[in-house]
Ligand binder design. Structure first.
Ligand code: LLP
Length: 387
């Protein structure tokens, strides 16, 4: 999965670090481009998944838009060459400063999550002599069948506006002069591996869309968010998610009116599989019943196992000895700083290189300096090819 020529170079780099395989990223982006353009769909990259230089530069090369959830993400997307007319700005708690940044940059759309937020955007836009293009984020009450922490589209989640508020939203939209309703937005959750969830979402969208039409709102676009999952258990066997089936599910079920655009905000499925967290074994320690493989990477570099009990495939890049069971742990002072329990790996020793795969999404972007650790570097395959 990681080419031998890169593993040779890894031996001379300070660990831990992230490694991004841009060949796989380009292949993934090309697949997305081909499958989405069959239907004329517009794809935004959800920057929160990974905002490192190599990743954003590559995404920008493919002409994708951006889905941002902070003023800094909006600024970063534009600085990286993403067309501001393809920048959407979502989030339940946009600050006045962030709203101003987005208005100054004349972005594509504010995805609004509450009535008070719409009123504040109207007020700020008015003071700046602008009209803000907004999409209403709607909570469609669709169960994404994923981890509760990354479920966003159920009626008791904090995200979006619920159907019982539609009449009020309609009145507010008609009364405010400095906003213009351009679309509706949805995002029901992340790491969704059951395509039927997107079929259900499409059917809900049709009903909600109808309400807007009947109430005199013609929508220029519908944004169905992101959420397509990846294969964490067998990344080697399935390095690219099934984008064909994903876009087809929308094409078969979601009804667009003449001239309307369908937008997507994909994060994980674009960048997860191209990223690996590379670390070294510090110590092998015999516990009561288990052997601990203690790495120099921890939850500070990849928090997903600690936060969501997520599984990341782990391999030893430098040993081919007979397999032994290990609890693979980091150095942080938390018991949850564990990458996996009872993991079969070739017998490992101090200095061996260990890779945590599928770490391109929500790895580096969720890194912290807990325990006063340094933020670590990332290298792209293009960079290593120059070495
Ligand atoms: N659009 C909105 C409004 C979102 O909130 C998200 C992700 C996305 C798009 C992109 O979703 P994706 O295609 O990546 O599933 N840290 C968690 C994931 C949090 C997702 C937050 N929202 C994890 O590591 O699993």
């Amino acid at each position: 999965m990681i080419k031998a020529k890169y593993i040779d170079i890894f031996q001379n780099l300070e660990t831990p670090f992230y490694f991004y395989d841009l060949e796989l990223l380009r292949h993934t982006l090309q697949t997305v481009k081909e499958e989405s353009s069959k239907y004329g769909y517009v794809v935004h990259y959800a920057i929160k998944a990974n905002a490192s230089d190599a990743i954003l530069d590559t995404i920008a090369e493919y002409g994708m838009g951006a889905d941002c959830v902070s003023g800094n993400e909006v600024a970063r997307a534009i600085e990286k060459g993403i067309n501001k007319e393809k920048v959407a700005f979502a989030g339940v708690g946009k600050t006045d400063k962030e709203i101003k940044t987005a208005l100054e940059n004349e972005i594509f759309s504010f995805n609004c999550e509450s009535i008070p937020e719409i009123e504040v955007i109207n007020e700020i836009a008015g003071k700046m002599g602008k009209v803000a293009p907004i999409a209403i984020r709607i909570n469609p009450d669709v169960d994404p069948q994923t981890h509760e922490y990354i479920t966003t589209g159920l009626k008791d989640n904090k995200f979006g506006i619920n159907h019982w508020d539609f009449d009020e939203v309609g009145r507010v939209l008609k009364s405010l002069p400095n906003i213009r309703l351009t679309g509706i937005h949805f995002h029901v959750g992340s790491q969704i591996t059951d395509i039927s969830v997107f079929e259900q979402l499409s059917l809900k969208v049709n009903k909600i869309h109808e309400w807007f039409e009947q109430n005199g709102f013609h929508l220029e676009h519908i944004n169905v968010g992101g959420g397509l999952g990846i294969n964490y258990d067998s990344p080697k066997e399935e390095p690219v998610s099934d984008f064909k089936a994903y876009f087809k599910a929308f094409n078969d079920n979601l009804e667009l009116k003449e001239g309307q655009q369908l937008h997507f905000e994909l994060g994980r499925s674009l960048v997860a599989q191209c990223g690996h967290l590379i670390s070294k074994v510090l110590y092998v320690k015999q516990g009561l019943e288990t052997k601990f493989l203690i790495l120099d990477a921890g939850m500070t570099e990849l928090i997903r196992p600690a936060l969501y009990k997520a599984n990341h495939d782990i391999t030893n890049l430098t040993s081919a000895a007979s397999p032994v069971k290990y609890d693979v742990v980091g150095p942080i002072c938390e018991s949850s700083d564990t990458f996996g329990k009872g993991i079969l790996l070739p017998e490992s020793k101090r200095g061996d290189l260990i890779a945590m795969h599928s770490a391109g999404a929500y790895g580096e972007s969720m890194a912290s300096t807990y325990n006063m650790r340094d933020l670590v570097k990332s290298y792209s395959s293009d960079q290593l090819d120059q070495m």
